[in-house]
Design a protein around this ligand. Structure first.
Ligand code: NAD
Length: 422
């Protein structure tokens, strides 16, 4: 695998960057064309993916550099419309590289399917009966997905929860399913639906909802990295980063924005690999508030050497098979380029991107403030909004940054003046 430290990567043309990151990745000609955007998604495929299709929306695909994950250099594909995200992840990853990069682990690839049973006269007895029939229930679930079972996955266990609500007592059965390299929603939903009549017979109740839970607390990914204090700007900046984390951990107003920054990195990789951004986001935010208070998904400390030590832990229900991961040609190519060969490895890369993103955001906030780093990218967006020609953009951005004035009205004036040849 190529070294992901590519000095001056951001100064290269898209084609030059493309050649560097795809070299030696064994991408087919078709995959290369999909990845570069030369072959857009076909309308037939788009029409088969969702309903009422009329077109498609392009999102830029960038590559974060400098990532070493579990000892392996990996280019990280990120699909996002937000400026600065890819640059920030790459910068933070650079500060971790010489300290070994990111180390990740996963608690497993287990998802929960929920089956809601109403009108059970004796829920505690019903709970006991469900466990008496556990083997039969699991076997029936597993008949639904021989492929998953042949790979060592499938329904493994059952939990029964009794939930007293305002109006009734609900019995909620959790199917504990190992979905291996799939995110697993379809697989789990199919099992939950199929086994419901059996559950009704056993409990005497009425099954209504049968669906996966996105609070994938049995599919937790963890990542950690050491970031060089010197590279981040020194001891004061790093002390400020730790205080910024404590602020987020104690204050939900701050934590929401803190975690939004983490999700900038996470959702971009989730989207680039054709995974379900909403599933991961719902799980992340629910997990952030699992203690009863919405908290930071990351932890920041200063290690014995005086460097910044960061870690992240969150549910990561992503796959490398199933859903759009297999049907979307760009997602397939992005995954191959990255070189993640299992759902577990992909989850680790996503967590690393989230941790790096948070390091970069906290560094900027703790040092010069977030807007300075964003200035030229923000000015570029505003110039495009103002209708600037591509050939004029650099000049308009340089002028706005020199004036330190990023108001839209001023950029519009500069754009108009440039167009008048002034
Ligand atoms: P899927 O059904 O397309 O693919 C999973 C199947 O692939 C497995 O059931 C198995 O039979 C087969 N398979 C082949 N090789 C495998 C391997 N190595 N590991 C595991 N399985 C393998 O997809 P899915 O992952 O079950 O569902 C994901 C899709 O469901 C996503 O598109 C998601 O958006 C959607 N979805 C999500 C929700 C939710 O999150 N609440 C609800 C409904 C649907």
């Amino acid at each position: 695998m190529s070294n992901t430290r590519v000095p001056g990567f951001y100064r290269l043309s898209p084609k030059e960057r493309f050649d560097i990151v795809t070299e030696g990745r064994n991408l087919t000609d078709d995959q290369l064309k999909h990845l570069s955007g030369e072959n857009p998604l076909s309308m037939d495929l788009a029409d088969s993916m969702i309903e009422n299709v009329i077109g498609q929306i392009g999102i830029p695909l960038g590559i974060a550099t400098n990532f070493k994950i579990n000892g392996k250099d990996m280019f990280i594909p990120m699909a996002t419309e937000e400026p600065s995200v890819v640059a920030a992840a790459s910068n933070a990853a650079k500060a971790s590289y010489d300290h070994g990069g990111f180390f990740t682990s996963m608690s497993g690839t287990i998802m929960r399917g929920q089956i809601q049973v109403l009108n059970v006269a004796d829920p505690y007895a019903a709970k006991a009966k469900i466990f008496e029939h556990k083997d039969e229930i699991l076997a029936y679930c597993n008949v639904q997905d021989p492929t998953l079972v042949s790979l060592g996955g499938g329904a493994k266990d059952i939990e029964v929860h009794i939930i007293p609500t305002n109006s009734q007592i609900m019995l909620v059965i959790h199917l504990i399913v190992d979905t291996k390299d799939a995110m697993g929603a379809n697989a789990v939903n199919t099992m939950a639906e199929a086994v419901s009549p059996t559950i009704e017979t056993i409990t005497g109740g009425k099954v209504v909802l049968k669906i996966i839970s996105n609070l994938a607390d049995l599919r937790l990914v963890r990542a950690r990295a050491i970031f060089s204090t010197e590279a981040l700007g020194g001891k004061e900046v790093v002390d400020n980063i730790v205080s910024a984390f404590e602020f987020a951990d104690y204050d939900p107003y701050r934590a929401t924005t803190h975690n939004k920054g983490i999700m900038n990195g996470i959702s971009a990789v989730v989207l680039a690999t054709g995974n379900d951004t909403r599933a991961v986001e719902a799980g992340a935010h629910a997990y952030a508030s699992i203690s009863g208070q919405y908290k930071s998904l990351t932890k920041w400390e200063i290690n014995a050497d005086g460097n910044l030590s960061g870690s992240i832990e969150l549910p990561m229900a992503v796959g490398i098979v199933g859903g759009a991961t297999k049907t979307h040609p760009v997602a397939q190519a992005a995954l191959k380029l990255m070189g993640a060969s299992s759902a577990e490895e992909l989850a680790g890369c996503i967590a690393a991107a989230g941790l790096a993103q948070n390091a970069a955001a906290l560094r900027a906030l703790s040092a010069e403030g977030i807007q300075r780093g964003h200035m030229s990218l923000h000015a570029r967006n505003l110039a495009v909004m103002a209708g600037a020609k591509k050939s004029d953009i650099d000049r308009i951005v340089a002028q706005a940054v020199k004036e330190k004035d990023l108001r839209y009205d001023r950029i519009l004036e500069i754009t108009k003046a440039t167009q008048r040849g002034e």
